[in-house]
Ligand binder design. Structure first.
Ligand code: SF4
Length: 394
């Protein structure tokens, strides 16, 4: 996750993170990406069931029962173990989390155990009553997925009317007093909607907008040909940078981020070098603290059956199950070769990633994408759009 507003628009300086000792347990959530201890943010796909059928869904969710999902009691025991391990954030995801009736009971329990709780949702099921319950349960943030304007979004999400229902859900959440932002996954089909999403953000007073690059996982693994070319990605990221700078002039509190293509970090640094040379050292320091992709280290995932994964895109590979061992034991056990490799990923990556001048701030990008295209987890990420000159190979 790369904070474009923080880094490109100068909304954060290294001093902001140093003030809290860069300690996960003390940092405000918006600065967690700069922590030194990288306690994992845990995504919990606590149900796989979903009312939509999105083309890029990494969990390949359907609108059906999934037997064997963790019970409420198992969920509370899991939350206890996360609190003991000092996990800073628990992200309820799915499937569609609002389908599960014990969402608020579990969220309330997690907040009382000291965790910050956030929800990742398609937003279509959020009524005013559910939004109020989210506030009462102490939910800090709701990230709502919207992948374009009406026609594009509804096609992508496999449901006519989803766009309007999502917008209604977003408004109800905001009216209940819970911070709500948008999540937009970029593909060839919706890239032209990016300016309109910025416009919507301003019209609706949405404080946060996250652009996700496509991860080739689950149903998303069948969309490799629908991903942008390197040139198209550069243009899309340029546009996001430009629009973020414009937006920051008018709305100082708004925040734009990009996620799941960590080449954005060096690309942003190169732009700062050209346009704001006096800020290069500060931005480089922040990006180094961020460290780029941190699957298996700073972000982890637990699925509906209790299996632990390196992040939400690794549903096909598990390190163990929270019904059998504590999350912290599984997370720190490096007897598994993938877990061991991810903990020292900078030594494992191959090819241009191994030789890259920016490995320290990119972290070798998304390993699941390398595996999907080449079959080798440690091969270069095919979505890296930087030239050999830019990464110091020529
Ligand atoms: S070559 Fe690899 S490490 Fe360097 S920016 Fe690209 S993906 Fe990141």
């Amino acid at each position: 996750m790369i904070g474009i507003t923080k880094l490109l628009c100068g909304a954060t300086s290294p001093g902001d993170a140093l003030r809290y000792g860069r300690d996960s347990s003390r940092l405000p959530h918006e600065l967690l990406q700069f922590s030194h201890d990288k306690r994992p943010v845990v995504v919990w796909n606590f149900t796989r069931r979903c009312n939509l059928h999105c083309r890029h869904c990494y969990s390949e969710s359907q609108d059906q029962e999934y037997p064997g999902e963790c019970s409420t009691a198992e969920g509370k025991a899991f939350i206890d173990s996360l609190a003991e391990y000092k996990v800073p954030v628990l992200l309820f995801s799915g499937g569609e989390p609002f389908i599960r009736p014990d969402l608020f009971e579990l969220a309330d329990y997690a907040v009382k155990r000291g965790l910050r709780t956030v929800i990742s949702t398609n937003g279509t099921l959020i009524t005013p009553a559910l939004a109020r319950k989210a506030r009462e349960a102490g939910i800090s943030y709701v990230g709502i997925s919207l992948d374009g304007l009406e026609r594009v979004n509804d096609t992508f999400r496999g449901s006519r009317g989803a766009f309007q229902m999502t917008l209604e859900g977003l408004r109800h959440t905001r009216e209940a007093g819970v911070k709500a932002g948008l999540r937009f996954t970029i593909t060839r089909h919706n890239v032209k909607d990016i300016p309109d999403i910025f416009r919507l953000m301003e019209e609706e007073g949405i404080p946060r907008l996250c652009f996700y690059h496509l991860a080739y996982a689950g149903r998303g693994s069948k969309l490799v040909k629908e991903d942008l070319s390197h040139d198209e990605t550069r243009k899309a990221v340029d546009l996001i940078f430009d629009k973020s700078l414009e937006l920051h002039q008018r709305h100082r509190d708004s925040e734009v981020l990009t996620v799941d293509n960590h080449s954005d970090a060096p690309y942003l640094l190169l732009r700062v070098q050209r346009e704001q040379p006096a800020r290069v050292a500060a931005v480089h320091r922040l990006l180094k603290w961020n460290g780029g992709n941190s699957s298996g280290v700073g972000i982890g995932d637990v699925d509906n059956l209790g299996n632990v994964h390196a992040d939400q895109f690794w549903q096909h590979y598990s390190f163990g199950n929270i019904r059998e061992r504590k999350f912290s034991d599984i997370w720190e056990d490096t007897s598994d070769p993938l877990m061991r490799g991810l903990k020292k990923k900078k030594l494992m990556v191959k090819g241009r990633c191994a030789a890259c001048a920016f490995l320290e701030i990119c972290g070798g990008n998304l390993r699941v994408r390398a595996e999907a295209v080449t079959g080798d987890v440690w091969a270069p990420d095919p979505a890296c759009y930087l030239t050999d000159e830019e990464i110091g190979l020529k």
